[in-house]
Design a protein around this ligand. Structure first.
Ligand code: PBG
Length: 330
């Protein structure tokens, strides 16, 4: 044996058979780590989303049923996203503040039927605006930070009224977490938590999601780089997340997950708050596309991609694989 090989050291002893490997496993992945995203539409039959295989836009009744199934499988949280009819969108995203829009009504019904399920809902205007930005625009066409924050703070209170457990600002405006905390407290919702999309990058991996909710894609010329973080900037992402903590966020998020494991790992060492990672639509879609071609094993790629996100430091993962993963555990 090579002289540099330390005497007696053989790592393969601890890889010898399944029981040994189970005993020395450092990271585990369980159903209760997962948050399942669901796309809710106003009415009509389920519509498959081609770029998110296995996912569909569901009407409120089907969404309700799906929440029940997910709960039965041991999933404790769902993230609900609205697919607004194009005709209801405008440049102000007005429907975001209409408590009678179908999405708020759907949340109300889910809340009543499933009191134990944790409901997570985005606070951002992109599903509601014709231009597809997460906020309202100023005269120059840039997103107006402070006017957007005021709207989001009101939107968070409306969601809290419907019984949403975690409001999740996904807009990346400055100061939104403090404003939302303050309006929730003033509005009588001190117990509603804030899951801040803190380190949210300007990623092309949101494409299939934008197909799903019918908002604009990069191909449509939309550019969110004046508010989402530059993919090159890990330090800035950590600083932004720590500011969200200081403003009162209860949980912090890194998004996308698999491409930003360094940010997740760094943040893990800098905060005691729970960390959430969003395995986004493009991450899911690319695994499916490769599996369809027979180039990757779908089940193993699912497990490995999620395990890597846990290993890097996530406590919870929002993933389109949630249901499949939960089914594989029973
Ligand atoms: C809305 C929002 C987006 C996603 C979650 N919330 C899209 C975006 O910011 O453009 C992406 C999720 C995914 O790709 O799965 N602000």
């Amino acid at each position: 044996m090579d002289a540099s090989f330390p005497p007696g050291r053989r790592f393969r002893r601890l890889r010898a058979k399944p029981a040994v490997r189970d005993l020395v496993r450092e990271t585990s992945l369980s159903t209760s780590d997962l948050i399942a995203p669901l796309f809710v539409k106003a009415d009509g039959p389920a519509e498959a989303i081609p770029s998110l295989p296995g996912m569909s836009r569901l009407n409120p009744a089907d969404t309700l049923r799906e929440c029940g199934e997910l709960g039965q499988l041991g999933i404790k949280a769902v993230a609900l996203f609205p697919c607004m009819p194009a005709a209801s969108k405008d440049d102000q995203g007005s429907q975001a503040l209409n408590p009678d829009n179908f999405f708020y009504q759907a949340i109300r019904k889910i809340r009543q039927a499933h009191p134990d399920l944790v409901l997570v809902v985005d606070v951002a205007l992109d599903p509601y605006t014709t231009h597809g930005h997460d906020g309202v625009l100023d005269a120059k066409g840039d997103v107006d930070n402070d006017r957007t924050v005021e709207i989001l703070a009101r939107m968070a209170v409306l969601l809290a009224k419907e019984g949403v457990d975690w409001v999740a600002p996904s807009d990346m405006m400055d100061g939104r977490v403090a404003a939302i905390r303050s309006s929730l407290d003033k509005g009588g919702f001190p117990s509603t938590a804030i899951l801040a999309y803190s380190a949210k990058f300007a990623s092309c991996y949101y494409g299939p999601f934008r197909d799903a909710v019918g908002s604009k894609k990069s191909g449509d010329g939309i550019d969110k780089r004046t508010y989402q973080i530059e993919p090159a900037n890990a330090r800035q992402a950590v600083a932004d997340a720590l500011l969200d903590e200081a403003e009162g966020a209860d949980l912090l998020m890194v998004k996308p997950a698999g491409l930003y494991l360094d940010v997740l790992h760094e943040l893990r060492g800098r905060t005691q708050l729970p960390l959430v990672a969003y395995q986004v639509s493009g991450e899911y879609a690319q695994i499916h596309a490769a599996a369809e071609k027979g180039w990757l094993d779908l089940d193993r790629a699912r497990e490995e991609s999620l395990l890597a996100i846990k290993r890097a430091g996530a406590d919870l993962i929002i993933t389109y694989f949630a249901k499949k993963m939960a089914q594989s555990r029973i």
